[in-house]
Design a binder for this molecule. Structure first.
Ligand code: NAI
Length: 345
């Protein structure tokens, strides 16, 4: 039996993980707390930990995990910016779920965009109050507008297909363009200056942190709509607020927020929110915030559990090749995976 300490458990995680775990003799210890330097002790006695996007898996945590005999960090997410993959190398294997439902995220991005530009969030509240006035609800057509997509990986490409279905012109920026993908790539600068709407679908790295800052917003068209379902750190939220206040940014649709770790995923309705910046963003009529919900579909939850269980099994198999291993030596993880014939160490 493989024992796995499952951090930051939510009610929606349990059914699928319990089902797939029981089928394969994996026992999940479901813990509500996040993994941090203060809670890492709870991993004692487990061979693996299963973590999500807001768990802290830094070098200090990794050293403690290693000391306790934990040999695998299984991310149940695609993004892995919260894990110090370099510090883990040679000690603890790291695996992730590269694709569980890119449709879930791409469709959520579109849902946010449509809600914003057609003022659905306002109309919903009005009609519940029997207010059938249309004043202030004027939107605009997506058809014919230019969508700038930053990052054309699995999610970005599906998002592009959906945008094309609306009759939008799509331009994209990605340092690793998809050959023969029929995508009109442009330099980032051109994307920023020419897009009516911009949607972020690239990972958060040292190089992409705050790629949307005051300078980038300064280059954008007046009234631009910014959609972020990727990672909060891609946007300098102070600069975004300033752009909104200056009426330069027409609307923002945010499923992620840089400081979300201690806020999102919990019911805080009875509390005063300590984060002034997020409070101000939420208070604006042209900002829509969802709390890192883009992945949350039935299909995605099943795929996440199934792939995580497969990842765990393959990592504990002697000489087993773990397809979804992350290794810092691989600058391009996708390419490395194709060439890999064995575990990374
Ligand atoms: P992917 O790895 O398939 O694609 C990422 C793309 O970004 C790649 O084509 C890569 O070349 C590109 N990229 C790398 N650096 C870039 C840069 N500086 N500028 C522009 N593009 C760059 O990843 P996938 O599955 O499409 O996911 C994208 C992001 O979505 C993830 O990194 C994750 O942060 C986020 N995500 C959010 C979820 C949510 O619930 N809100 C759920 C799943 C993923």
């Amino acid at each position: 039996m493989i024992r796995v300490a499952f951090f930051d458990t939510k009610a929606y995680d349990r059914p699928s993980f319990e089902r797939y775990g029981a089928e394969h003799d994996i026992r999940f210890k479901f813990l509500e707390t996040k993994l941090t330097e203060d809670t890492v002790e709870l991993a004692r006695g487990s061979e693996a930990v299963c973590v999500f996007v807001n768990d802290t898996v830094n070098a200090a945590v990794i050293d403690r995990l290693y000391e306790y005999g934990v040999r695998l960090i299984a991310l149940r997410s695609a993004g892995y910016n919260n894990v110090d993959v370099r510090a883990a190398f040679g000690k603890v294997h790291v695996v992730h779920v590269p694709a569980y439902s890119p449709y879930a995220v791409a469709e959520h991005a579109i849902a946010l965009l449509l809600t914003s530009v057609r003022r659905i969030h306002k109309a919903y509240n009005r009609t519940r109050d029997f207010n059938f006035s249309l004043n202030g609800l004027t939107g605009f057509d997506l058809h014919g507008k230019t969508m700038g997509v930053i990052g054309t990986g699995k999610i970005g490409r599906i998002f592009i297909d959906i945008c094309r279905g609306f009759g939008m012109k799509v331009i994209a920026y990605d340092p690793f363009p998809v050959p023969d993908g029929g995508i009109a790539y442009v330099p980032l600068e051109e994307l920023l200056t020419s897009s009516d709407m911009i949607s972020l679908h690239c990972p958060l790295t040292d190089g992409t942190r705050h790629m949307i800052d005051a300078a980038a917003i300064g280059k954008m068209k007046k009234g631009v709509v910014i959609v972020n379902t990727s990672r909060g750190g891609l946007i300098d939220a102070e600069a975004l607020l300033e752009g909104l206040r200056a009426r330069k940014v027409g609307a923002a649709c945010l499923d992620v927020y840089e400081e979300e770790a201690d806020i999102f995923f919990e019911d805080r309705s009875g509390h005063i929110l300590d984060d002034e910046l997020l409070s101000r963003l939420i208070s604006l009529p042209n900002v829509i915030v969802t709390s890192h919900q883009a992945f949350l579909t039935e299909e995605a939850l099943n795929n996440i559990a199934e792939t995580t269980v497969t990842n765990i099994l393959s990592c504990f198999e002697k000489d087993g090749l773990c397809d979804n291993e992350l290794c810092y030596r691989c600058g391009r993880i996708e390419r490395c995976k194709k060439e890999r014939r064995e575990k990374c160490f």
